[in-house]
Design a binder for this molecule. Structure first.
Ligand code: ARG
Length: 603
């Protein structure tokens, strides 16, 4: 309904300017025109609401109801408005409630059913020159370390945000900013060389398959053996200067980790381009030079840093973002600055992005705030371009503490995903038994996989991402509530209707559709909100909006399904109602695809 909304807003604006805003107040008008019309705060108020009369009443010192009466009179005289609106009604102290004409809603339904995008417009007008590039930096685990639930959350949210931008027609570059560079590699490579003779010839990948243990063992040596520590430091220098053997050992470690990560991406069906921190290594020096040249860099106790405006430490002193350490080493932040600059640079020296979105836990909020500030001060964010940090809360166990196994170990992602699939399978088998249904192994395998993986993804996405969330298999796999199985089940119901319906496509004549049941109108209004939801996510990067919308849509649909006979009525009724089923199905399928969740015909 975005187009209707825009049209209506425009007509309201014009009328307002013509009738109520005297010339001398035009400036005021510029200030207040922003939210001239809003979504109705409650369904029974209608479709939209206009609160401008209350604002005007303050400017003109006239009773708001009086203004509203006069305004409505002029609005009614506007042809476009009278074509769109059924009713303009004063409510409360001077609000105007707006109800759209049934005819207008039906036309919108017809147009959305014909549109493969269910009415969601592209962000650009069919001309690839105006296509913008969006970089989504997500997932980003670290070499030789466990990919943990925080990375899982980043992966799931980042994938969905990428999909939504792709659907809107942006060019999306999904980047995996893997932690594959830094001082810890000195220690890892030294350990590798110690254990497997310095030519590394006999190493086959299996021997370091348990990389996490390998990491722990080298860390222990690093902390306890001075001689090992010294060699590790030297190793870093060798690696950074491009020593062949060191690089070879480094690659080995990366390959091994990559195998682990790829397994997870495969299970989750995630596409992402690996471009680790090491990629930006050649650009680090020039970051220092540029900041120096722009007089932003300050030397403090031997380290080169930027003191951040508006960010203070405990003592109230400006907080430094350290760009180069005392020993000459670079930091996580330095790489992020180099990455940011590269991504905004024009091709072929960069990615030519218009927007960069970083998805990490909120523990990194200060880091990104600092990086963005320095980048702004150094003029590395071009005009009309933007950066966003998309922070999310922690994943906790049901006890509200850090997620752990029963034995108290950290949960391996692989295990977590297969546990979900296993439980989905148990639920399914129970259901089949209760219904005395027989299904073959393929069906059982695929259905439990789709439900199990979908449930984990949906649980991550449906929370307001900023808050922490408690991971509960029981909740996320339940057929009731705001869960993936509930949405999938709604879709399965619609497939069931389609199987029972014996009408051929040709009979379906959209011209004759009409509605008179309250639950039909409720469903229509929900269906028509789809485009607004998608567009709003592009602004505030909150995929949980889509989940909440889908939950509402499914509840509305299921009420309609339970109370309105769909296949029983006369032909026109049947077609009208099947049209709503078809649009619900299309909206659900498109949306689940945007959330990275596979769908089922039966379950
Ligand atoms: N590797 C980091 C971590 O595990 C996340 C990187 C996020 N992206 C970035 N450009 N800093 O916490």
């Amino acid at each position: 309904m975005q187009t209707i909304f825009k049209e209506l807003t425009k007509s309201f604006e014009e009328t307002l300017l013509e009738s109520l805003i005297k010339n001398e107040k035009k400036e005021e008008f510029e200030k207040i025109r922003k939210n001239l019309i809003n979504q109705a705060s409650k369904e029974e108020f209608g479709d939209y609401q206009c609160n401008i009369c209350l604002v005007l009443s303050k400017i003109y010192k006239i009773n708001p109801r009086e203004i509203a009466i006069a305004f409505i009179e002029t609005l009614k005289g506007n042809k476009k408005i009278s074509n769109l609106c059924e009713n303009l009604e004063i409510a409360g102290p001077g609000f105007i409630n707006i109800k759209l004409k049934n005819k207008v809603l039906i036309e919108a339904i017809k147009s959305n059913i014909k549109c493969p995008r269910a009415g969601v417009p592209l962000s650009h007008k069919n001309n690839s020159h105006s296509k913008k590039k969006v970089i989504v930096d997500f997932s980003s685990p670290n070499i030789a370390k466990e990919m943990h639930v925080g990375h899982l959350r980043s992966t799931i949210i980042g994938d969905s945000i990428s999909k939504i931008f792709e659907f809107r027609g942006y060019i999306v570059l999904r980047l995996n900013h893997i932690g594959d560079w830094g001082t810890q590699f000195g220690m890892l490579i030294t350990q590798l060389k110690d254990l497997y003779s310095s030519d590394l010839k006999e190493i086959d990948s299996i021997k370091i398959s348990d990389l996490v243990e390998f990491y722990k063992a080298s860390k222990k040596r690093f902390d306890n053996e001075i001689e090992f520590q010294k060699r590790s430091r030297e190793e870093v220098v060798q690696l950074q200067s491009g020593d062949k053997k060191s690089i070879e050992a480094w690659k080995l470690l990366c390959n091994q980790s990559r195998k682990e990560f790829d397994q997870i991406y495969k299970t989750l069906n995630i596409k992402i381009k690996e471009r680790g921190e090491s990629f930006y290594n050649p650009f680090l020096k020039s970051i220092i030079e540029d900041l120096n040249y722009k007089n932003i860099l300050v030397e403090d106790q031997g380290a080169k840093c930027v003191f951040l405006d508006g960010m203070t430490n405990k003592e109230g002193n400006p907080f430094p973002l350290i760009i180069q350490k005392k020993d000459g080493g670079f930091n996580y932040a330095t790489t992020d600055l180099a990455a940011l600059r590269y991504r905004f640079n024009k091709e072929p020296y960069g990615d030519n992005a218009a927007r960069i979105i970083y998805v990490t836990d909120h523990g990194q909020s200060n880091h990104f705030e600092g990086v963005f500030q320095v980048a702004k001060r150094a003029n590395w964010i071009p005009k009309d371009c933007e950066v966003n940090h998309v922070p999310f809360g922690l994943v906790q166990g049901i006890d509200g503490k850090k997620l752990k196994t029963r034995e108290g170990d950290t949960v391996k992602l692989k295990d977590l995903l297969s546990e979900s699939v296993k439980r989905a399978k148990e639920d399914l088998l129970k259901r089949l038994e209760n219904e005395s249904r027989f299904e073959n192994d393929d069906f059982i395998f695929n259905t439990s996989k789709v439900i199990g993986i979908g449930a984990v993804k949906y649980a991550d996405l449906s929370q307001n991402r900023i808050t922490n969330y408690q991971f509960s298999f029981e909740k996320m796999l339940s057929l009731n509530g705001n869960t993936a199985p509930y949405l999938l089940y709604t879709l399965v119901r619609i497939s069931g209707i389609n199987r029972k319906n014996n009408m051929t496509e040709e009979v379906i004549n959209l011209e004759s559709i009409s509605y008179n049941h309250d639950l039909e109108w409720k469903l229509i209004r929900k269906l028509l909100k789809f485009d607004e939801v998608i567009i709003s996510i592009e602004k505030d990067l909150m995929p949980n909006r889509l989940c909440n919308y889908l939950f509402e849509l499914c509840k509305t649909f299921n009420r309609f399904y339970d109370q309105v006979p769909i296949l029983k009525g006369e032909i026109d009724k049947k077609i009208s109602r099947l049209t709503l089923c078809a649009l619900t199905e299309k909206t659900l399928k498109l949306s689940l695809e945007l959330l990275g969740i596979e769908t089922l015909e039966r379950m």
